[in-house]
Design a protein around this ligand. Structure first.
Ligand SMILES: Cc1cc2nc3c(=O)[nH]c(=O)nc-3n(C[C@H](O)[C@H](O)[C@H](O)COP(=O)(O)OP(=O)(O)OC[C@H]3O[C@@H](n4cnc5c(N)ncnc54)[C@H](O)[C@@H]3O)c2cc1C
Length: 449
């Protein structure tokens, strides 16, 4: 039974069943656990959000805005004595095809938005691997990346404007509905990636682009990580570069193949999956990428030149998260370095784990220099060693001019490294910006500020 004071809301919004509430208490990050005392509200519309934020500010109750709880950095689980404000039911989609944007509720699942706009011959490019589960609100709050960022950029590149409810209940609008518009400071950009710490997104205007051709895929098999690194740099230098460059090491390939036969070689040191979706030119592009990959030192290069084969390979890539889950308890890293340094980061991450007897699986968005090393453990001493290696990988990335997170966010799990990356003056400036919107610090406190 919760003792958090409840806001006044229409029937059906407050979750009164303790077992149902528990389902909203944790996210997908390692160690996420339900606190003793919290309240869950499932908002059905903007008025519910306003009512909760008026109430929470008046009573100084912490609020966790929540989408699908796929956060990997500990940003979306319940807080002690706080309110979880879940907005998954805000699912409206209106496509303004002539103007190439859509007005979207925060609870719309990324993959559903893609389907909805495809009917108009349009595309919404941001594609986190969690796309079949995660929400647009969560994607915006984390500035989610994904597989196609190397060509299309990240979520923030597609957010034209937002409706946000601030703590206290004020509703604000940012951005423009016009194709261009430069009045005022870019507050949309301030909310994108703010990890639920400034307000609750209740509507988003997202930019759409013409749909491209179905992609063709090249699979290149490598015997050395140095050759992978060389290939990445060459692919990035291409005039008509790929829309996707994913790297998977041998452990990743074996994990995926253990689930089903997705067509991956299990004995390679690593593979690169490379795609072109350039309208009218996919075949020409993949032939060129195949040539480049061979020159860069690939042992074998195979072109999946029909959509079915290409889909099977991508299904394998997307199955990786589940394959990793099946391998047991682990940390998922998310560091990003200049692309030219990715090979070095891979080698140093491996060495750090080997020295500590920690099993590591390496995969990531190679074209962005964004690596997701997974570090496994089976007991408490193993966990401590994995944690130590995890910290050293983050510091190695920072020493290479990288960042502690390329896309998953900082949340509670990575806040310890924030001062090292930003410095004291920048931390103070960011806290000051936060206070403009959330003067009492009730929005998702500690994640990370
Ligand atoms: C299998 C798997 C694969 C993943 N792959 C990727 C990937 O490729 N790229 C990537 O970037 N991430 C990835 N992630 C991480 C995660 O999916 C993303 O961070 C995603 O954007 C979170 O969306 P969500 O709806 O689950 O949000 P939640 O996890 O519920 O919340 C995430 C953050 O957003 C805030 N938030 C949610 N909704 C709102 C709102 N309406 N207003 C204000 N704040 C809000 C929360 O407070 C929290 O801080 C992956 C996760 C998993 C489990």
């Amino acid at each position: 039974m919760t003792s958090v004071p409840a806001p006044t809301l229409p029937d059906g919004r407050l979750v009164t069943d303790a077992d149902v509430a528990l389902a909203y208490a944790t996210d997908a990050s390692l160690g996420s656990a339900a606190p003793d005392n919290f309240l869950v509200v499932r908002a059905r519309d903007r008025d519910d959000v306003v009512a909760v934020l008026e109430h929470a500010q008046a009573h100084r109750i912490p609020v966790v805005p929540q989408g699908a709880r796929t956060s990997l950095c500990g940003a979306a689980g319940a807080l002690q004595d706080g309110i979880v404000l879940n907005v998954e039911s805000l699912k409206s989609v209106e496509v303004i095809a002539d103007e190439k944007y859509a007005v979207v509720g925060p609870g719309v699942i990324n993959a559903d938005l893609k389907k909805a706009v495809a009917e108009y011959g349009l595309a919404y490019p941001p594609d986190p691997a969690s796309g079949p589960m995660s929400t647009i609100g969560g994607n915006i709050a984390t500035n989610a990346g994904g597989l196609c960022c190397v060509k299309y950029g990240v979520t923030g590149d597609y957010v034209k404007g937002l409706e946000v409810v601030l703590p206290g209940g004020e509703i604000i609008h940012t951005g423009h509905r016009t194709a261009k518009g430069v009045t005022g400071l870019d507050l949309t950009g301030v909310f994108v990636g703010s990890e639920g710490q400034l307000g609750v997104v209740t509507e988003a205007l997202v930019r759409l682009v013409p749909a491209s051709d179905p992609p063709l895929t090249v699979l290149a098999t490598f015997g050395s990580l140095e050759a992978v690194a060389a290939a990445l740099v060459r692919l990035r230098a291409e005039r008509h570069g790929p829309n996707l460059i994913e790297v998977l090491d041998r452990t990743s390939l074996q994990a995926v193949q253990a689930m089903d036969d997705f067509g991956f070689p299990e004995d390679a040191e690593a593979v690169l999956l490379v795609q072109s979706d350039r309208s009218g030119h996919t075949q020409e592009d993949v032939a060129r990428y195949a040539e480049l990959l061979t020159q860069a030192g690939a042992d074998e290069v195979a072109v999946a030149d029909d959509a079915q084969e290409a889909d099977a390979l991508m299904a394998g890539r997307r199955a990786l998260a589940l394959a990793v889950e099946k391998m047991g308890p682990h940390f998922i890293e998310d560091v990003c370095v200049p692309v030219s340094k990715l090979g070095d980061l891979i080698a140093r991450s491996r060495a750090l784990c080997e020295e500590r007897g920690v099993q590591i699986l390496l995969s990531g968005h190679g074209g962005d220099g964004n690596l997701h090393p997974c570090l496994f453990f089976s007991d408490e001493p193993g966990r401590e060693r994995a944690e130590e290696a995890f910290g050293l990988i983050v510091e190695t990335a920072l020493s290479m001019g990288g960042t502690v997170t390329g896309e998953h966010g900082v949340g509670s799990l990575k806040r310890q490294w924030l001062p090292q990356e930003l410095g004291d003056a920048e931390m103070a400036r960011q806290r000051a910006v936060r206070a403009v919107f959330d003067p009492h610090g009730i929005m998702n406190p500690g994640r990370p500020y």
